[in-house]
Design a protein around this ligand. Sequence first.
Ligand code: ATP
Ligand code: MG
Length: 183
Amino acid sequence: MRLTSIKLVGFKSFVDPVTVPFDTDMTAIVGPNGCGKSNVIDAVRWVMGESSAKYLRGESMADVIFNGSTGRKPVGQASIELIFDNREGKLGGAWAQYAEIAVRRLVTRDGQSQYFFNGQKCRRRDIADLFLGTGLGPRSYAIIGQGMISRLVEARPEELRATLEEAAGISRYKERRRETENR
Ligand code: ATP
Ligand code: MG
């Protein structure tokens, strides 16, 4: 499974539609301070369901929407789509049949988010479910942000355990059990 591209529209500094391709095994994004490198990482976290504005370096969810610059008016919505090559079928039990998986999140100024799976509207939960146990997800160890190593070193035992459980692939089953028990 690999991330093959990210499509950004109206997200933070990416006002015009842009596709960032990841054609090779390693991709480096370089550029001057403030050009939007970290915004790309925020986009990946956000589309996977991150619900804390703080984790996206903003104050409210609407802060992810392009809010204008000299000569450009703010826009009303932001959208990010991640495209995965899933030919090995590693993503999503029932969804393993799809060779390509596209996950999209759209937010409007009222703070309402909509999620899409291969173009079809779905729930945030479906997206969370898709990534559980794969090592991907909004707070996953697959994205190592600034300060994350020291947070892990200083983590409380239960936080450390959650990370290990996700890495071992058992968080998906724990979540299912929790849901069953709550029924
Ligand atoms: P550094 O090298 O300093 O880490 P960077 O390339 O990671 O820089 P980012 O933090 O990704 O830069 O981008 C910051 C830029 O994004 C700033 O110029 C900021 O004004 C812009 N930005 C963030 N949110 C929005 C928004 N909602 N609308 C418009 N621009 C935004
Ligand atoms: Mg940065």
